[in-house]
Design a protein around this ligand. Structure first.
Ligand code: SF4
Length: 367
């Protein structure tokens, strides 16, 4: 299967551990643990679940020096690079940099003194540790908020450009940037504006996007729109849910815009009065069957002869249903007619046979 993806804007490349971000690197998926970071076993267990789900880079919060002390052990056990997320306390950032970390995320707007920020950047530079500079609508500098009156796209961009200028003034360029807003329109506008002004890698996300349904819709629109315009090098879907769900949604977004094909794509009709089989439940069962398969296979599940044969022929495997039965297609050829009672079992058998011919596309190095 040839990837049909939107072209991406050229950015600089940095490395978070072994994972390249920016330049010609595939768009990577990030998520964040929800555990107490000083609880090493719980944190590592969640990181491993995220990695198994397809997460490339995991961020952990480091609110205290006690949490910072657990970072070396977490990194030693983690299958993916770790980003330390630090707010307010520059001493924690310096401690993590001293212990060793794959990347440091800070929001310059909430580091209280410029000297503290300079000390963090100086240490990261001396250890060649990349940083993510995160500007967020919820924590803009008071002076910028006062100037713009609200955390608008222009306000976010001005804050981000000030950070970029500060880092460049210290001859530090090993960073990526995020400018997140909980408002999708603001988020899209801010990333569009900043991408015209800088070529540092951009980390995309709609912050505080909400629960699974609302957060998925907002993230798909915000992240998806920008990726379709060629903007974005790494993404995080932010959900008020088990973070493993964030990874699943992120994979679906990347698949929808053609950046990855590492899970089966199901094309299914919504059904209507013409459909004579229980296609809705069949689709649910097939989706469950294929959800963990690493493959670029397309499977069409169609309810009748109106669009069924056309979609089924285009897919790697497909069915077009008729009266209490369906016709099975493989690579555009009719294989056989199957009675409805045998449809699920026959389809699963055909999927298992076919999957070896469709390895995933565009997987990241190190995974
Ligand atoms: Fe209805 Fe057939 Fe279209 Fe499915 S493919 S929605 S059953 S007309």
């Amino acid at each position: 299967m040839i990837l049909k993806a939107f072209p991406r804007r050229k950015t600089r490349k940095i490395y978070i551990g072994k994972i390249p971000v920016g330049g010609d690197a595939p768009v990577s998926i990030q998520s964040m643990t929800t555990t107490q970071t000083h609880d090493v076993s719980a944190t590592v267990e969640q990181i491993k679940r995220l990695a198994d789900a397809g997460c490339d880079i995991v961020r952990v919060t480091v609110p205290t020096l006690k949490d910072a002390q657990s970072i070396p052990e977490i990194r030693a056990q983690s299958p993916v690079p770790i980003i330390a997320d630090i707010h307010f306390d520059h001493r924690v950032a310096l401690k993590v940099l001293e212990c060793g970390i794959d990347c440091l995320r800070i929001n310059p707007g909430n580091i209280s003194k410029i000297e503290y920020l300079e000390a963090i950047i100086k240490s990261a530079k001396s250890k060649n540790i990349p940083m993510r500079i995160g500007v967020n609508s919820g924590s803009l500098e008071p002076s910028i908020l006062q100037k713009y009156g609200a955390p608008s796209a222009a306000a976010l961009v001005e804050s981000a450009l000030q950070c970029v200028s500060l880092l460049e003034g210290l001859e530090f360029q090993n960073f990526k940037l995020s400018i997140k807003s909980s408002n999708v329109v603001t988020m899209i506008s801010a990333y569009r504006m900043i991408s015209e002004k800088i070529d540092y890698p951009l980390h995309l996300g709609v912050t505080e996007a909400g629960t699974v349904e609302a957060g998925t819709v907002k993230s798909a629109i915000g992240i998806g729109t920008l990726l379709a315009e060629g903007i974005g090098d790494t993404i995080r879907v932010s959900l008020t849910a088990d973070p493993v769900e964030e990874v699943s949604v992120a994979r679906s977004i990347l698949q929808a815009v053609g950046h990855r094909r590492d899970r089966a794509e199901i094309i299914a009709c919504p059904t209507c009065g013409r459909c004579d089989i229980d296609l809705i439940n069949l689709t649910k069962r097939i989706e469950e069957e294929v959800k963990d398969l690493k493959t670029d296979m397309t499977i069409a599940l169609m309810g009748c002869v109106v669009n069924g044969p056309g979609e089924a022929r285009e897919a790697d495997l497909g069915i077009a249903a008729g009266k209490d039965a369906a016709v099975l297609f493989r690579k555009g050829e009719i294989i056989k007619r199957i009675e409805e009672e045998d449809l699920e079992a026959e389809l699963i058998k055909a999927i298992r046979e076919e999957v070896k011919n469709h390895p995933p596309e565009n997987r990241l190095c190190g995974r």
